[in-house]
Each structure stands twice: as C-alpha cells, then as structure tokens.
Design a protein around this ligand. Structure first.
Ligand SMILES: [Zn+2]
Ligand SMILES: [Zn+2]
Length: 447
C-alpha cells in the first residue's frame, strides 16, 4: 500500500476497492478474458490454472469463500486471488477480467450497477458476512482508466493530461485514506476517484498518462492534495469551508475565469450577491459561454446524466419538502415555514442553514451544518451542490412549495472539471490549466 507522506521514486502499485462492505454482496461473478491466462491462488497458496473465457461464481457463507465449479467439488478458502500469468498484456478497451454488477455512484442520485473490466490482480476477501473485492495494479494503468472514467473519451488532450496529473497527485498525496483499514488505498467511486477499469479506455487517455508519466504537482516539498469537483458554478470554494484541517495555500477561493474577469461581486457573502450570481450566467470557464451545456454530454463520463450543472433549479411542493426533511433530518414537522441561509462560503455554497417549521402547531427551528450534510438533506439521494437559494411560492405562509435555484456540481474546491474542459477547448495548455486551479504549485516528474 502507499505510505502517507512518502514520495515514490519508482511507479508504485495501488490497491483499489471495487466491492466494499456497504455494497452488502454475498456473491460475485467474474468472467475471465478469452485472450489471457490467469491463476487462482487460495489462502493456502495453492495455485490452479484457470480456463480462458471462464465464468467464476464466488460466494460467502459463514465467513468462508467458495468458488462453485461445474463438474467437481467446491473450492473453499478464506480468500482468493486471481493473478495474470504474465504482465505483458496490452492496455486496451475492455482488457482484463470482467467483474459483474459493480456499484457506480454509491449513495448518489446517479447510482447504478455496471460490469467493469480490470487489469492487474483481483482479491476476493470475506468481510464479516459480505465479500469485498480489491484490484491491485500499477498506478499508471489505474490513471489511464481514471481519466476516461471521470470524463468522456472525446475530451481535448489538455483536459485529459491535466486530469491525469491531478488524479496522480491526489492519490500520491494520500491525505484522505478513507479505506486504509480495509487494505485499500482508494475505492472505485466518486468518494475517492471514479475508476471503471478499462471500460472506456481510449488511445487518447492512454496517451494522456504516457505523456505525463510520473508528473505531479508539488508545493513546498510535498505532493499537492489536488482536490477537484465537477463544476464549481463560477467560483472556487476554499478548502476550510468544506473540510477540517490546515488550509492549503494552493486551494484558493478565486473566480473560475480569466484574469481580467470583473469580480466586483465576489466573495458571494451577502444574499443579494448570491441571488444576483445564481440567477445570472457570468462568463466563467465552466459556464455555457465556454462550453454549451448541450455539448457537455459528449465530454462527461459515460454514466453521468445529460443535464444542466452550471445553473439548475427544481421545485418541491410543501408536502414533498416536509416529507423529505422529516425523513432526512428527523424533524416530525407538520409544515415547513422557511429555509434561511445562515452562513455561506466564497462560492455561495451554504455551510449553515436553518429550517423553520411547525411541529404540534408550534414554531420550531433546526440548524443544518456542513455543505455535505445540506446536500444530503435537500435531495432524495444527493443535491448537486449547496450553492443554492430558496424561493418560496408566493401567496401563503407556510408556502405551498419551494423552488431551489442552484449553481455547480460538487464541493467546488480546486480543479473544476467542466471549467478545465472550457479552458482546454479554448486552447489553454495543460500547464495553464494546472496553474489556474492550483496557483503556486510546481509541476515535477518524480519517477
Ligand atoms: Zn472512497
Ligand atoms: Zn468552475
């Protein structure tokens, strides 16, 4: 596994969690490729050669793993490994073993199950009453896959190269370590970085990784913690409005726009300014001015829904919002009276808000803190961002409904993927893009 704070001198292997305990899986099907030999290794280190193209069905029972076989007995072990006989294989679309029904978009509104093709080796390990699955592979192979899992294959080179460099920097900075206790460096999803194996691998993304082999962003002798999100909505949020811990000098709250952009409205720290900002379309890199939203779908990753991310809006009836907030925030409210902003970040993202409601005929209030928690509460699965204003239907109090008008998708800190796409489409270079989103950081080749 990667060691926190260590700058590797040769390309490391990394361990990616593909099936996690929360997926609650008790069986897993894996299809071997027709053009490559694999070995099965059990926990007693017994090796078995596997047939090309074979479908393997694993299951767990009583903390033991079983591999069902057609004409012979079961193989039982406390874990299995599937290892390629040779590492001399070509990185191409759909290379590697196919793991069926892997969750993508875990706990987000775009959640679905997909089959993923994985190079490197696979480990199947019992975890209490479930199975987890870990993919171990060379970092650069992983990065070739991340670039096109995060964005579509038609992206310009400067976008794929910059995306690859920040994906490499983020994983090697290794700050978050959300899954280390499970023996994983990262998971396969938006919680860490979206990785769908070789499913969408293209010549372009492979080239993007090769062109930037071993390059990372460095600030004061440490690899930068290069956070990124899909769309900032026009202004980058500051690190400390989203996470705890020491602030990072290269994660600055700045407009996502050229240097001559008129930023007299920033920061968005009054309701007047936020209203004006969200109900307009300032010409930032992630705005339709740089990339028309109807063209976005060809560049975004294959599982994202077509839609509007720079500015979005939707309406809840009084009944819908009451039911939602009762479920998500345990209010036991009869009616919602108002949603009041209490504190916003630089980008207009709400980091504290107050819900005013009626319970047993009495007026009550509840504070919701943290942009993540706010996004969780205000959508059945997860709201695009917490940069929103709430307009009650006019006429009565409590109102008959509420309209949410918002900006951006994600936490908005660091690299804005749609903004970087806007820059790349307007001939900004990989270096221009990186120095815009991580001012003061240096691009260095470490291996
Ligand atoms: Zn994760
Ligand atoms: Zn942006």
């Amino acid at each position: 596994m990667l060691e926190p704070g260590e700058i590797p001198e040769i390309e490391p292997n990394i361990r990616v969690g593909i099936i996690l305990p929360e997926d609650e899986r008790v069986n897993i099907s894996i299809e071997l490729p027709a053009d490559q030999d694999y070995l099965l290794v059990d926990t007693n280190s017994k090796l078995r050669k596997l047939k090309k193209g074979k479908l393997l069905n694993f299951r767990i029972d009583n903390e033991q793993c079983f591999l069902d076989r057609e004409n012979s007995s079961l193989i039982k072990s406390t874990g299995f490994k599937i290892v390629p006989v040779s590492d001399d294989y070509k990185m191409k679309k759909k290379a590697g073993v196919k793991v069926k029904n892997v969750v993508s978009g875990r706990s987000f509104h775009w959640k679905k199950n997909i089959d993923v093709n994985l190079t490197g080796s696979i480990e199947i390990i019992p975890h209490i009453n479930n199975i987890i699955l870990i993919n171990e592979l060379p970092l650069e192979e992983y990065l070739m896959c991340v670039a096109t899992s995060e964005m579509g294959i038609t992206c310009p080179d400067a976008l794929l190269e910059s995306q690859t460099i920040i994906a490499r920097s983020w994983i090697l900075a290794n700050v978050e370590q959300k899954h280390r206790h499970l023996g994983m460096d990262v998971c396969n999803d938006d919680c860490c970085q979206r990785y769908q194996g070789t499913n969408n691998l293209s010549q372009q993304s492979t080239q993007g990784a090769r062109n930037t082999f071993g390059q990372v962003l460095i600030y004061e002798n440490s690899i930068c913690d290069t956070r990124y999100s899909k769309s900032c909505g026009g202004v980058l949020e500051s690190f400390n409005n989203v996470w705890n811990g020491a602030s990072k000098p290269y994660l600055k709250p700045i407009p996502d726009a050229p240097a001559d952009f008129n930023n007299s409205n920033l920061p968005l720290n009054t309701e007047n300014k936020v209203n004006g900002w969200i109900t307009s379309e300032p010409e930032t890199f992630c705005s339709p001015h740089y990339i028309p939203e109807e063209e976005l779908i060809q560049y975004l990753g294959s599982i994202d829904k077509a839609g509007r991310y720079f500015r979005w809006e939707f309406h809840y009836t009084q009944e819908e919002l009451t039911a939602l907030l009762n479920k998500k925030c345990a209010l036991k409210a009869e009616k919602i009276i108002a949603i009041k902003p209490v504190k916003r970040g630089y980008s207009g993202r709400l980091i504290k808000l107050r819900i005013e409601y009626l319970k047993n005929g009495q007026r009550q209030a509840k504070l919701i803190e943290d942009q993540y928690r706010i996004r969780e509460c205000f959508h059945e699965s997860f709201l695009y961002s917490s940069a929103f204003i709430v307009e009650p239907d006019s006429g009565s109090i409590p109102p008959t409904g509420f309209t949410l008008k918002g900006a951006g998708w994600g936490h908005g800190v660091g690299y804005c993927q749609i903004g970087a796409l806007g820059m790349a489409l307007h001939d900004y270079s990989t270096e221009d893009i990186l120095s815009h989103y991580y001012p003061g950081a240096k691009l260095i080749k470490i291996y």
